[in-house]
Ligand binder design. Structure first.
Ligand code: BTN
Length: 247
């Protein structure tokens, strides 16, 4: 059960770094959550920082032992976690159904970034041994630093304050459900993820380096590459950072 073991910290550099130290020094129970009210060195994707107003948002890491997944199938974990967060957002924002996953695993609400995920794995051949799933979700913050790319919080969209402890428990429970489905080999993870992707099935503009082109997002392959049908070259696969969806 995710969050049954909860380590709650007032202030830490990064919950991901804290979790990484934990798994290096001891056995850590499946589903242990490290939750911080304030991170002074929060990490984001591509070596960016994750900046979050202290006490206003969720910043936490989950430690999992997905010993049923081989490294070549690791992207399935990204899918399950993204869907778990999206399930939470969709239940919470019933009046605001415009939420989706921006590949590979950003959570978007009303076309802006509500949350992000940073995952690292330790491999013990032939399976993943431990994974640290770092999650940041903007909850009650109302003003963001200028220059942050396109942020939004639940509060900005719903007008309501959310109790962080309750939100943590709800989101962990949704993630736990998706993780159990993944473990059981439920194919809904694949179809739900595909259908939740921003731009799925519609022709829209993308940019790869300097080139802008029209494409239709068809899904993601086993390696987690984005599959786009193009008018000129048929289906193409892109790695993270090779392609950008034009919002
Ligand atoms: C992204 O760039 O979209 C990923 C952001 C992940 C941020 C979370 S906050 C909790 C955990 N600890 C970190 O240092 N980063 C992740």
């Amino acid at each position: 059960m995710i969050g049954k073991h909860l380590i709650e910290l007032e202030r830490v550099e990064s919950t991901n770094a804290f979790a990484a130290e934990m798994i290096q020094t001891k056995q850590v129970a499946q589903g242990t959550v490290v939750w911080a009210h304030d991170q002074y060195g929060g990490r984001g994707q591509n070596n960016n920082r994750w900046i979050s107003e202290p006490g206003m948002n969720l910043t936490f890491s989950i430690i999992l032992h997905p010993r049923f997944l081989t490294p070549d199938r690791q992207f399935l974990l990204n899918k399950a976690i993204s869907l778990g967060i999206l399930d939470y957002v969709r239940r919470y924002c019933i009046m605001h159904p415009v939420s989706c996953i921006k590949w590979p695993n950003d959570i978007y609400l009303d076309n802006r970034k509500l949350g992000g995920i940073l995952i690292s794995h330790r491999i013990m051949s032939p399976f993943l041994d431990s994974s640290i799933i770092g999650i940041g979700i903007n909850i009650n913050q109302e003003v963001f630093l200028p220059g942050l790319p396109n942020p939004v919080s639940l509060k900005q969209v719903t007008g309501r304050d959310t109790d962080l402890r309750m939100a943590l428990s709800d989101v962990c429970s949704r993630i736990g459900d998706r993780y159990s489905s993944l473990e059981k080999g439920d194919e809904a993870i694949e179809t739900d993820y595909r259908e939740a992707l921003l731009g799925y099935g519609v022709w829209r503009e993308y940019r790869a380096g300097e080139i802008r082109f029209e494409g239709r997002l068809e899904g993601v392959d086993a390696l987690g590459r984005l599959l786009i049908k193009t008018r000129a070259k048929g289906s193409m696969a892109f790695n993270h950072k090779e392609i950008e969806i034009i919002l």
